[in-house]
Design a protein around this ligand. Structure first.
Ligand SMILES: O=C(O)c1ccccc1NCC(=O)[C@H](O)[C@H](O)COP(=O)(O)O
Length: 397
């Protein structure tokens, strides 16, 4: 896929035309305008800040600042490249955002960005992840981990997410329900216009949900961390899953201080070691980790990672939006099902569940919990939606 996006007429004052391997910068507070050039995109050892003019003798300091900034960019680029290599070796197709963005190209006075395979997201999940990468970098600048950690002391204790699912499964004889507070999605658009997260959360609890899942992504799902906090502060007792696209441990700490009891880790996005260490961080913070898989390869990877207690099988292909509930059955058949049983892992059937027959089908396949959004959030009373979904009243009363 090759494309050219017109940006703007190039600045007439440029004395040197940057190519795709070079960048032009002005450092605020210095009268210098300089041009950084290197032999390739971030070829680490050769990058140099070349001072073109300096009127106030602040060259050394500015050069040092530039070098530090470059060093950081080089590191980011190297880490990104390393991540992509490791991820690809594990069959992960979702790549990390190239930190430089599409390269620039100049035709006469016009500036273009070259869109191609390497710098344009290949599918919706990759787009979400690249956007998340930017969001998280900005959030980390505003509130670094060191300052985020200070809030941990005052965070309220977490509730037992897995325990609540097991208890509901035993109480009803049906899969424990994680009911999703979901306003919109990339595949379905807006699901509910009159969206009051607290009212929906309360209705789910009344209807017999064991846990809630709260979407916190704003751009693609119209969710927010504010929704998570509002539901928690409204006194809803169900443990809360922070439904996020986690790519950085910072997000786990953030979820914890915003009131989450569990967090989602998506195997299609995270390499094995990231999952392993993120699970350790979750345990340290008292959070449950719901590790989500979609295909056999991801399931096999996740079954090889120590510490996994909760696996979600998503029936939705997050790259194509196709939904097929027989995916849950396929992934639980044979040896995989046996290993899951041996390890006492709780499996959650996710997405595309609308009827009591759907619930029976995934229960028969081996799940002890389900994660449901669309079919219940769209009902005028989402609590009654739960009764419709299970074909009977599963509330505690
Ligand atoms: O729902 C989407 O369109 C979507 C797109 C890209 C990434 C994730 C997406 N959804 C997350 C989920 O998997 C669902 O919200 C969840 O499993 C509930 O599904 P459903 O009951 O079908 O609403």
């Amino acid at each position: 896929m090759e494309g050219l996006v017109f940006l703007r007429p190039a600045l007439p004052s440029l004395t040197h035309r940057p190519n795709q391997f070079s960048r032009r910068r002005s450092i605020p507070g210095t009268p210098m305008d300089f041009h950084i050039r290197n032999s390739g995109p971030f070829a680490s050892s050769s990058i140099r800040a070349q001072q073109l003019e300096s009127k106030d003798g602040s060259a050394t300091v500015s050069q040092a600042a530039v070098s530090a900034e470059n060093a950081l960019k080089i590191k980011e680029w190297e880490v990104g490249m390393f991540h992509n290599e490791v991820a690809a070796s594990q069959g992960i197709k979702i790549r990390r955002r190239p930190p430089t963005g599409p390269p620039l190209h100049y035709v006469g006075p016009f500036e273009f960005r070259l869109q191609n395979e390497g710098n344009t997201p290949r599918n919706i999940l990759e787009e979400i992840i690249w956007n998340k990468d930017k969001e998280v970098s900005q959030s980390k600048e505003r509130r670094p981990l060191s300052s985020l950690k200070k809030y941990l002391d005052n965070a309220s204790p977490t509730r037992d997410f897995i325990g609540a699912l097991k208890a509901a499964n035993i109480r009803t004889g049906l899969p424990g329900l994680i009911a999703e507070v979901k306003k919109a999605s990339p595949s379905r658009g807006v699901l509910r216009e009159d969206f009051d997260p607290v009212e929906i959360g309360r209705a789910y609890e009344r209807g017999g949900a064991a846990c809630l899942s709260v979407l916190t992504d704003e751009k693609y799902f119209k969710g927010s961390f504010e929704n998570l906090q509002l539901i928690k502060n409204a006194g809803v007792k169900c443990p809360l899953l922070c439904k996020e696209f986690v790519i950085d441990a910072w997000q786990i700490y953030n979820a914890r201080i915003k009131g989450a009891d569990a967090i989602l880790l998506i195997a299609a996005v995270l390499p094995d070691l990231d999952i392993k260490y993120m699970i350790k961080i979750c345990k340290m913070l008292g959070l449950a980790a719901l590790v989500e898989v979609h295909d056999e390869r991801e399931m096999d990877r996740v079954l090889g990672i120590e510490g996994v207690e909760l696996i979600g099988i998503n029936n939705r292909n997050l790259e194509t939006f196709e939904v097929d509930i027989s995916n849950t059955k396929k992934l639980l058949e044979g040896e995989r099902g046996r290993r899951i049983h041996e390890k006492d892992i709780i499996v959650v059937g996710e997405s595309g569940l609308f009827t009591p027959d759907d619930i029976a089908f995934v229960q028969e396949a081996g799940v002890r919990a389900v994660l449901v959004g669309e079919s219940i959030v769209k009902q005028s009373d989402p609590g009654k939606g739960i009764t419709g979904l299970f074909g009977k009243d599963i509330s505690c009363s």
